[in-house]
Design a protein. Structure first.
Length: 79
């Protein structure tokens, strides 16, 4: 993601951010992934690029087991 990329929804200014994704097994956190994103300063929209999404999914596939809880942050919609 480029530094000057405007928000895809409202075209407002964005800044670098990160989306935390946690994995819990048996009530204990076993993994935390910080996915790079752009956060809009006007409408709070979070944008994650395709490469970052693919890397996060690959990490989750490598490190999770059936029954693990994958916890995404509450709040703005991720696109």
């Amino acid at each position: 993601m480029t530094k000057t990329q405007p928000c895809p929804l409202c075209h407002g200014p964005t800044h670098a951010s990160a989306v935390p994704i946690r994995v819990e097994r048996g009530g204990r956190e076993i993994l935390k992934i910080l996915v790079p994103a752009r956060a809009c300063e006007r409408c709070d929209h979070l944008a994650v690029d395709d490469d970052a999404t693919e890397e996060a999914v690959a990490a989750l596939e490598r490190h999770t087991e059936p029954g693990d809880d994958i916890i995404l942050p509450a709040g703005p919609t991720l696109h």
